[in-house]
Write a protein that binds this ligand. Structure first.
Ligand SMILES: C[S@@+](CC[C@H](N)C(=O)[O-])C[C@H]1O[C@@H](n2cnc3c(N)ncnc32)[C@H](O)[C@@H]1O
Length: 320
């Protein structure tokens, strides 16, 4: 191998599952260069570490190896046990037998938000009143039910996140039932299937703007708005947060923490004083880091809920 070569640590299904459970991201491999791998191995040896930090930014190697100085705001690190093949591969490159590696998922940009219908699709009850169902599913609602019909059987919508199975969506829906007031304007950032946009409209939102960077998600959200007869309330738009105009009463953001942190100030700029910010997509291990960052951006932390290690967080923008 040349030092300029790319070094790919292909992950096993077990490792992929573990990473997904810890940070909610789908990784197929951890990539670095051979030169970085050599440098990182030398740095880790100097720290007498037992774990090889596969971290792109060498300046944070010290932070993550010097665990004494780790605080809540420092990088989120995942440690993986290596298989014998992976150990061998690393050994052949850096001449040292590492048993474990650490890496920071935040350094990687390939974030995949994917969720598919279970093979045995059915109606899924979430919170006190929401019932999420595929578009053509037969269901007799009780008077208190708030139905959310989502597109089904279409290639463009099949991978869109927000089918209602994931704890991040469920936390969001439960917090919306509790905190979202009827009659307000809502911005749904990262709408995915449009599940939260429909839920907001069912809770009486006067208007909902549902945005996403992914064209298939926006297509799904538009379909969901139509399936639920809510085209007059829900507007869909492709794009990032900076393409949004106006000020809202509430913002819903079920996003990976890296994105939440990068948007903290902008959330504040798009909310009325006292406005509601609901955050999801954060594993409990990371919630500690999110709270101070949003507080610094002008929010008051009001409540957190957790489900299977995933947290939903409630913030209100401080009034001046
Ligand atoms: C975890 S899914 C949430 C889907 C749905 N809102 C829910 O709660 O189930 C996150 C969505 O955010 C979108 N996304 C990621 N980064 C974004 C950004 N910077 N701006 C807008 N959308 C983004 C992704 O394409 C994905 O559809």
């Amino acid at each position: 191998m040349k030092t300029s070569d790319e070094f790919n640590l292909i992950l096993t299904s077990q490792q992929k599952r573990e990473i997904y459970q810890k940070c909610g991201l789908v990784f197929k491999r951890i990539t670095t260069s051979v030169l970085s791998l050599v440098k990182l191995s030398l740095a880790a040896c100097a720290f007498k570490s037992e774990v090889l930090p596969l971290v792109k930014n060498i300046s944070i190697v010290k932070l993550i190896l010097d665990r004494e100085s780790m605080s809540a705001e420092q990088p989120f690190v995942i440690t993986l046990e290596l298989t014998s093949e992976q150990r061998e591969l690393i050994k052949n490159t850096v001449n040292k037998d590492w048993l474990r590696v650490m890496f920071c998922p935040d350094e990687h940009d390939n974030i995949a938000y994917i969720e598919q219908w279970e093979s045995d699709v059915s109606a899924k009850r979430v919170g006190d009143s929401f019932v999420i169902l595929p578009q053509d599913f037969d269901y007799s609602p009780s008077p208190a039910d708030k139905l959310i019909r989502l597109p089904h059987g279409d290639d463009k919508t099949k991978n869109t996140f927000g089918k209602g199975y994931h704890p991040t969506t469920q936390n969001m829906l439960c917090l919306m039932e509790k905190h979202l007031k009827a009659g307000g304007s809502v911005l749904d950032v990262g709408t995915g299937s449009g599940v939260l946009a429909v839920a907001a409209a069912r809770l009486g939102a006067k208007s909902v703007l549902a945005i996403d960077v992914d064209a298939n998600a926006v297509y799904s959200a538009q379909k969901s708005a139509e399936l639920n007869g809510l085209e007059d309330v829900i507007t869909t738009k492709i794009g990032t947060f900076d393409s949004v105009d106006g000020i809202y009463d509430a913002i819903l953001a079920n996003l990976f923490p890296k994105v939440i942190i990068s948007l903290a100030q902008e959330f504040s700029g798009k909310l009325i004083p006292g406005g509601l910010l609901l955050i999801s997509g954060v594993v409990s291990a990371r919630a500690l880091a999110i709270v101070p960052m949003l507080e610094r951006a002008g929010f008051e932390h009001h409540e957190s809920v957790s489900l299977q290690d995933w947290e939903g967080l409630v913030f209100y923008k401080k009034s001046l």
